[in-house]
Design a protein around this ligand. Sequence first.
Ligand SMILES: [Zn+2]
Length: 96
Amino acid sequence: MSQAYQVPAFPVDTHIYRLAYRWGLSDGKNVVKTEADLKKVFPEEKWNKLHLQIIFFGRAYCPARGHNPYLCPICKEHGRKAIFKEFDKKAKTAQK
Ligand SMILES: [Zn+2]
């Protein structure tokens, strides 16, 4: 365990997993695949910092609950179509 500590890593937790899927960076099959996809997209020296930046960004703009993809700065530009569909569907059900 401690030997792996020094190695640059991109630990994918539920937040990173969700965001990578929403932003179309990974197809979101599982966290292992997501980590591999993110490592391909971003240079190794950015991993540690980016991990935190994604979490903080997600907390502020792209939360699990009450997320509005039309207002989210990343989702409105790069968001997967499926999340807009899902949001529209939920909005419709709420009106009933
Ligand atoms: Zn978002």
